[in-house]
Design a binder for this molecule. Structure first.
Ligand code: SAM
Length: 149
């Protein structure tokens, strides 16, 4: 399921406070968030990981159409990816997925400074900011900070 328009807007808004380093989206789906992120941050490297064939292929085609040279999208399980160069991670997963990310991040060193999650919290971290969407469920979007910029 893609992020809603309101969630995408909130995530893009929060991303403006996260410096200039590489942005990785874990589970980038059809590119509903990844493509606007790459357009909004032409000076930043944007990387997406998506397991499903059609969503990944669609994003790869959109990358070509929009000539997004700052974007790379891989058909790959992000749990087996090297995330060490990510400065900002974006995700919209399920609670289990958030747990897996937390475990993955704890087991490796890296440059991660921020993580923005749509709807689901990281189980063992405290968000530094939260946007409550004006949708039916008042869905949260969380911003986590990992180290001083
Ligand atoms: C809820 S969708 C969100 C899509 C997109 N991030 C968005 O906001 O519109 C979650 C996506 O994560 C992908 N996904 C889940 N686990 C994954 C994994 N371990 N590696 C790569 N992709 C994964 C799913 O295939 C799905 O497309």
């Amino acid at each position: 399921m893609p992020s809603s328009k309101k969630a995408r807007q909130a995530m893009i808004q929060l991303s403006h406070e996260t410096g200039q380093g590489p942005i990785f989206e874990l589970g980038s789906g059809w590119g509903n968030l990844l493509i606007p992120m790459a357009l909004k941050h032409p000076q930043r490297k944007i990387v997406g990981y998506e397991l499903s064939l059609l969503p990944w292929l669609t994003t790869a085609v959109l990358k070509r159409l929009f000539r997004l040279d700052n974007l790379q999208v891989f058909r790959k399980n992000f749990l087996q990816a090297d995330l060490s160069s990510a400065s900002l991670i974006l995700c919209y997963l399920c609670p289990n997925g958030m747990h897996d990310i937390e475990t993955q991040l704890a087991s490796k060193d890296g440059n991660l400074e921020y993580l923005i999650s749509n709807n689901f919290a990281l189980p063992s971290h405290q968000a530094v900011a939260k946007i409550q969407l004006t949708d039916f469920y008042k869905s949260p979007v969380y911003l986590y900070k990992f180290k001083s910029a």
